[in-house]
Design a binder for this molecule. Sequence first.
Ligand SMILES: Nc1ncnc2c1ncn2[C@@H]1O[C@H](COP(=O)(O)OP(=O)(O)O)[C@@H](O)[C@H]1O
Ligand SMILES: [Mg+2]
Length: 233
Amino acid sequence: MLDVSNVRVGYGAINVLWDVSLHVAPGKLTTLIGPTGAGKTTLLRAIMGLLPLTAGGINLRGKPLNGLPTWKMPDVSVAMIPEGRMTFKDMSVEENLTMGAFPKAHRAKLAVNLERSYAMFPRLGERRKQLAGSLSGGEAQMLAMARGLMADPQLLIIDEPSLGLSPLLVNELFDILIRLKQDGRTIVLVEQNTHRAVAVADHVYLMQSGKIIHSQAAADVNLDQLHDLYFAR
Ligand SMILES: Nc1ncnc2c1ncn2[C@@H]1O[C@H](COP(=O)(O)OP(=O)(O)O)[C@@H](O)[C@H]1O
Ligand SMILES: [Mg+2]
């Protein structure tokens, strides 16, 4: 589905990603783990066209994705749920969801997609008229997820969704990820909750200091060994 090949990306004169390559198979959940500052969000931003590549390339379904502007991502069925949720706080839950279906092609299916969101996230249905700014952290994360799904993306890219959630909500979140996978969606999940991420993943990449230092099928991962790599300097 998605192929990142020898990508270099930075901010101005400072390079962050060093020849990063990864492969995301269709219908699978690929997790990218690694400590804070490793470059995970930078890679997601590059995939979404928010940062230019200084070397390498990114292909989606065999066609170049780099160069495509971010606002065209819904046209190629790609959505990102950003770190920190980024909901519109002065808008209601339903208005936030409607924004997720803003591209013209998706407006016709607005009602159907809204109902699907409320079926998947019943608490959002109960709070559809409530301002997003008054939601709890967990509800805001669910809203960010639901908004990302409003355009019915095949490829869903999620940046640290469990950050700051209670253990109960983390369980709920991972249940939803499993359901999205069962629906046949392709997922790229960035997580610091290694244990949970590996449990739902098909493939695991470990990033450190802007490089992929380990790539393995999730079923073959030994968590102790992974943690040794994770904390190695
Ligand atoms: N907007 C920015 N401008 C300059 N440097 C940045 C910016 N965002 C992130 N960085 C730097 O890039 C590196 C990788 O950050 P990031 O991709 O956010 O890591 P992660 O998501 O793995 O925690 C860090 O050293 C960080 O300080
Ligand atoms: Mg990050």
